[in-house]
Ligand binder design. Structure first.
Ligand SMILES: C[S@@+](CC[C@H](N)C(=O)[O-])C[C@H]1O[C@@H](n2cnc3c(N)ncnc32)[C@H](O)[C@@H]1O
Length: 287
């Protein structure tokens, strides 16, 4: 990055709002940084963004070095939900975490229940990060696993580090190319709304995730509410501003038994913070 670009990025960060650890840019931050606002205001699609430059280490350090109260609450609800569906899973269930990025806790949520877990992401840097973590995940993730250990099914996994390494399969794939009805359990955390500015593409991503699951497959999906985008190590990435109603509108086309909730946080909210939305449900049978 040139020195003027670096200075612009620093100015942008000064005026950025912190959106639960995922930085949300305000219009002022964008203006102050000297970005071309007209270009930014054009609706940009998934392929318009530099996913291979996604700074996985920055993202991990910023979001997951410590276990936040809202992530802990999501984990508690997801572990409860998946544990409740364990009895109805087929033999040797296959799980999918789409858009894994630099987050292991969705994959960990599926660990007791799945024989194999696909960790697919569209970013080459995130895929490299996931491959390295699969070999031996960093010790700060132990705190996340210990939170899951409150649930009986998770306590049965004696060596989660070995188990995640053995069961997970990392690949560079797009959510838009997911095969249909291929997985028995799924997670999609902060992905469909955080990969485009185009609401139609957001719907398409949610639909493809739902269709990738076999009918009856339980899933958990999390969304940043009302986000207008985020920076990762100084690079801007997009978002579609969604609330629980938009999440329900599109998920209800591919899923049933839906529960959609805002997740509260004890961390003081910053200006412009929209919260997190957690959806759980099971995939519909589709024609
Ligand atoms: C905000 S991050 C979320 C990462 C992680 N799931 C989490 O919980 O923090 C968005 C993720 O979506 C991924 N992504 C972007 N476009 C994608 C696509 N077309 N298919 C699959 N993943 C994509 C990015 O590489 C990034 O890892």
């Amino acid at each position: 990055m040139g020195s003027s670009a670096a200075a612009a990025a620093r100015r942008a960060i000064r005026f950025a709002r912190f959106d639960l650890g995922r930085v949300t840019l305000t219009r002022r931050a964008i203006r102050v940084a000297g970005f071309d606002v007209r270009r930014l205001s054009r609706t940009r699609r998934n392929s318009d963004f530099p996913w291979d430059d996604f700074d996985s280490e920055w993202y991990r350090a910023h979001n997951y070095l410590r276990l936040r109260d809202d992530d802990a609450e999501i984990m508690r609800r997801v572990a409860t939900f998946l544990s409740g569906h364990a009895a109805s899973l087929p033999a040797a269930p296959r799980g999918l975490d789409i858009g894994s990025g630099a987050n292991l806790y969705p994959a960990m949520a599926m660990l007791p229940f799945c024989a194999d877990i696909d960790l697919w992401d569209f970013s080459a840097s995130n895929v490299r990060w996931l491959q390295a973590q699969r070999d031996y995940y960093d010790t700060h993730w132990d705190v996340f696993w210990n939170a899951y250990r409150k649930f009986a099914a998770y306590r049965d996994v004696t060596n989660p580090r070995e188990s995640l390494g053995r069961k997970s399969h990392v690949a560079l794939r797009s959510i838009f190319d997911l095969p249909r009805a291929n997985w028995d359990m799924g997670t999609m955390f902060f992905v469909a709304e955080s990969l485009t500015q185009d609401p139609k593409e957001f719907w398409g991503a949610v639909r493809r995730f739902g269709r990738a699951l076999r009918p009856g497959a339980p899933f958990a999906a999390a969304f940043m509410a009302h986000s207008v985008g985020y920076t990762v190590g100084g690079t801007f990435f997009p978002a579609v501003a969604v609330g629980p109603a938009e999440v329900e509108d599109c998920l209800s086309l591919v899923a049933e038994q839906l529960t959609i909730d805002m997740v509260e946080t004890e961390t003081p909210l910053r200006r412009g913070y929209g919260g997190m939305i957690l959806a759980t449900g099971v995939a519909r049978a589709l024609s």
